[in-house]
Design a protein around this ligand. Structure first.
Ligand code: KG4
Ligand code: ZN
Length: 330
């Protein structure tokens, strides 16, 4: 019988719960969104996020089990995001997971949120062929990694300042679009022309990224051109981001021999970025691995799948809420 893991993810603004089997099949996945709560602030309000997790978490777990018609006795382990993320939000998930794992007498496996994103490329279907180069672009992080296997991950280059998602969200705010900014910018960009030349910091240097200069350049442009065509600004911004991401990914693919290229994290839901990555891989004759869009943004299925890597190796990582957890701490 296939093992089943219950995944719980509360690192940010969504309460996500999923049941996943050892082959990455998703038996059920429920996400309680907090968008309505944070929308009026134009970003996430951490204290409200933690409180919303408290009221949503048990009903969401209950609904996930009910949808898949699975009882706690059929679950082999609980996987919980142990960081990085908002500490108040993480604590709600971690303490709930600890209580359930103790009550149900099953192992509790703490998962680094970023490892979850990396493993999301294998959800529903095994896509990654190792060794693989992976680009992670989320709201909190941006980096390139080289994976020899599910558990052998080497960081190639990360961002020195802002993440791509952060940049999308801040530019969206400057353009008067709502939160999260990614989907709104993508939509607007499709109606504009990329006729503004924004800077591409660090583009010719190594595999590190820098996006804060781009964010400031858009702010300066809007200050100097209050009547600017917003769609053109969005289109030029998206083109700049794509240029940087594709240039760096190509560089990594040339430097480290890989059999596939994967792109994960919330920003990889962008149709424009997906199209450019697919085109790049076609030209380089390398397999492209893109999870379905719903698994690009935060979810609990990726956390459960990542936990199988530990369960198979008989390793359980403590579900601490370590504030200092970093991307190196996979
Ligand atoms: O991975 P994710 O859901 O959460 C974090 O781990 O941070 O990523 C959220 C980020 C936000 O910045 C959001 O604006 C961006 O992903 N995003 C997108 C799209 N959908 C979400 N960015 C570009 N295009 C999208 N369609
Ligand atoms: Zn995430």
């Amino acid at each position: 019988m296939k093992k089943i893991i219950l995944g719980i993810e509360t690192s940010c603004d969504d309460t996500a719960v999923a049941l996943v089997d050892s082959e990455g099949n998703i038996l059920s996945s429920v996400i309680a969104s907090q968008l309505d709560i944070h929308n009026e602030f134009g970003g996430i309000y951490p204290e409200f996020a933690a409180r919303a997790h408290i009221s949503a978490i048990l009903p969401t777990i209950h609904e996930t089990l009910k949808k898949a018609n699975i009882s706690p006795k059929e679950i082999s382990a609980i996987a919980i995001t142990r960081g990085p993320g908002l500490i108040g939000s993480l604590l709600v998930g971690i303490n709930t997971a600890k209580g359930l794992a103790t009550g149900w007498n099953i192992p509790l496996i703490g998962i680094n949120h970023l490892r979850g994103h990396l493993r999301s490329a294998d959800l529903e279907e095994k896509r990654i062929i190792y060794p693989a180069t992976i680009l992670l672009v989320s709201g909190g992080h941006t980096f390139l990694a080289y994976m020899q296997s599910e558990t052998d991950i080497k960081l190639l280059g990360t961002t020195r300042d802002d993440s791509v998602g952060e940049c999308y969200d801040k530019v969206a705010r400057m353009l008067g679009l709502g939160y999260p900014g990614g989907p709104a910018i993508d939509k607007l960009a499709k109606t504009g022309t990329s006729n503004i030349k924004f800077p591409r910091p660090l583009i010719d240097k190594g595999l590190e990224f820098s996006f804060s200069g781009l964010k400031s350049a858009v702010a300066r442009y809007l200050d100097a051109n209050p009547d600017a065509n917003k769609a053109d600004v969005a289109a030029s911004f998206v083109e700049t981001v794509i240029d940087v991401l594709i240039t760096k990914s190509k560089k990594a693919l040339k430097q480290f021999s890989a059999k596939s290229f994967a792109m994960v994290g919330g920003v990889s839901a962008s149709p424009q970025i997906r199209e450019s990555a697919t085109e790049m891989c076609k030209k380089l004759n390398i397999a492209i691995c893109l999870p379905p869009m719903r698994w690009s943004t935060d979810n609990a299925a990726m956390i459960a799948l990542a936990a199988f890597d530990y369960l198979n190796l008989n390793i359980t990582k403590p579900a601490t809420s370590d504030l200092h957890l970093t991307i190196e701490d996979f």
